[in-house]
Write a protein of this length. Structure first.
Ligand code: GLN
Length: 538
């Protein structure tokens, strides 16, 4: 077997510099040369996994095929490298500590003293080795979350030092830093970068490549200065100036020969980087002029990161039709209060997405949004909770089941009609994550339905994250009135896709199609949604 080479990405000066984009762009460049690549995230926080972290603080929870609930960065990785990752690719300090503590309780350390070095650092390294083996990657890119200098991050940097000791030239260190702009002197400053690299070197790690983030053009002289003060080759100081779209980044880096610089350092021979798919995709994005406004009726308004994959999927579908997507947030609590401005938005937007969500807040407003879309022929895409909302609305207003409700929102058990109820075979679920149905499951699509038309396929696999499902008791009643169950689990027991007859596009999925959408290959449900809007506008 070929040896895996490692690239470790750290960040300096401050957070939110886009380490994830640097990691995944690098991986994408090498994938274009025919290598097998994978990306991993190490998060120094103490949570055991990101599944229970608030989207307010942390953005969306991204779900992998195997059901792992991960940081949104894994979503970037998958979108950039178009390779399904595994739960092994997401490791937090919490997970590392909890494993070490469990082993200690089991007596595995034979009474030895358990210490950050070597036990915690060793465990982190073993997690990397395990993930690299699992992913069988030629190049394995590892992003260390946080910023150099964080207290929590120290064991991870010490691990990196040990890793370089163990694997020598097979490990490449990349550091992403900021060159802040000072308006008073009209210049970018390199000192924070110098200090950040000094801190990294204090931990025993010298970067091989430095990416300098800035919102403006970086003068050559400054790049040279960074190289000189940070002891890095001049060509290996790469400007990472803010781009129009993150999908331009692999192309921009390649302009600075990133592929060649990395291959020389990691001793890969004669690689040919073929980024034509990226070039075509970015060109298509640039051609998009006309704007489509999509209403997003979620819970975390104005918080792009909480719906990152949904927004990316909508944008990708827009680009396929040379349209730019603009998001209009719809606050469904305001809809409940009959706020005129908010109600007006329903009219103004070209189509509405009701994304996934948990808890009661704003759900009555979401039901009103679904009712508006159904009665006004407005394209509607329901994602997980959004599909459940679609069913409740239909039950109340078409089937006249006035107390129709989801068991999730009926703690006091006031309703006799749980159209959506706790999953019947919940107890059989053995996948990780406690009570949720997580990860990829097959879905069979009925011929002759809208779903079949957009998927052009009868059997698909989609990613899930839910506890509740459509109550089969009501199936016949719904279908008799034009609410079609177009996708189910192969044994037909679980409703997966629902759609409305006599509507240009009102469709909902119990799964999350957004996780499988790719920048240049939008997901069929999003593609169909935008196509319906484009047709409506003609
Ligand atoms: N809260 C709903 C459920 O658990 C929907 C979940 C979701 O939208 N991801 O079934």
């Amino acid at each position: 077997m070929k040896r895996t080479k490692f690239i470790v990405v750290t960040g300096g000066v401050c957070s939110s510099l886009g380490k994830g984009i640097v990691a995944s762009s690098t991986a994408a460049i090498f994938k274009s040369a025919g290598l097998k690549v994978a990306v991993m995230k190490l998060d120094p926080y103490i949570n055991v996994d990101p599944g229970t972290m608030s989207p307010f603080q942390h953005g969306e929870v991204f779900v992998l095929d195997d059901g792992a609930e991960t940081d949104l960065d894994l979503g970037h990785y998958e979108r950039f490298i178009d390779t399904p990752l595994s739960s092994f690719c997401s490791v937090t300090a919490g997970k590392v500590y909890s494993e070490v503590l469990t082993e200690e309780r089991e007596g595995k350390y034979l009474g030895g003293t358990i210490q950050v070095v070597p036990h915690i650092t060793g465990k982190i390294l073993s997690k990397i080795e395990l993930a690299a083996k699992k992913m069988k990657a030629d190049i394995f890119v590892i992003e260390i979350g946080g910023t150099v200098g964080d207290i929590e991050g120290e064991p991870f940097l010490e691990m990196l030092r040990q890793m370089r000791y163990k694997y020598g030239k097979d490990v490449l260190s990349m550091h992403v830093t900021l060159l802040p702009y000072l308006a008073a002197s009209n210049e970018l400053k390199t000192k924070p970068t110098q200090l950040s690299v000094r801190e990294l070197r204090r931990m025993g790690v010298t970067p091989d490549i430095i990416f300098c983030r800035a919102d403006t053009k970086i003068p050559k002289a400054l790049l040279k200065k960074v190289a000189y003060f940070c002891d890095v080759d001049e060509e290996a100081v790469i400007p990472a100036e803010t781009a129009h779209s993150i999908y331009e980044i692999p192309l921009k880096f390649q302009k600075y020969n990133l592929g060649k610089i990395v291959s020389d350092k990691l001793k890969f021979k004669r690689l040919k980087f073929k980024l034509s798919e990226w070039e075509k995709g970015v060109m298509a994005m640039k051609k998009a002029k006309q704007i489509l406004t999509i209403g997003l009726a979620g819970k975390y308004n104005e918080l792009d990161d909480a719906y990152l994959s949904v927004i990316e999927a909508a944008k990708a579908a827009g680009f396929a039709f040379q349209k730019k997507i603009q998001i209009q947030w719809i606050d469904t609590e305001k809809i409940e209060d009959k706020d005129k401005n908010e109600l007006q938005k329903l009219e103004e937007v070209d189509g509405i997405i009701v994304p996934g969500g948990f808890g009661n807040r704003g759900t009555e407003g979401k039901i009103q949004v679904a009712q508006y879309c159904r009665t006004h022929q407005k394209p509607y895409l329901g994602l997980c909770l959004g599909s459940q909302i679609m069913a409740i609305e239909f039950a109340r207003n078409v089937l006249n089941i006035k107390d129709a409700q989801s068991e999730e929102f009926d703690e006091k058990k006031k309703s006799k009609n749980h159209i959506i109820h706790f999953m019947a075979d919940q107890r059989k679920i053995t996948k990780k994550g406690g009570t949720m149905r997580l990860g990829a499951y097959p879905c069979v699509i009925k011929k002759g339905t809208l779903a079949h038309k957009v998927y052009k396929n009868a059997k698909v696999s989609e990613r899930h994250r839910h506890r509740f499902e459509f109550n089969n008791k009501y199936r016949v009643q719904f279908e008799d009135q034009g609410f079609i169950i177009s996708g189910t689990s192969p044994n037909k027991k679980l409703v997966e896709i629902v759609e409305l007859k006599n509507h240009p596009y009102m469709i909902g999925s119990q799964f999350h199609p957004e996780f499988l959408s790719r920048p240049f290959r939008p997901h069929p449900l999003f593609h169909g949604f935008i196509e319906a809007i484009v047709k409506e506008k003609k």
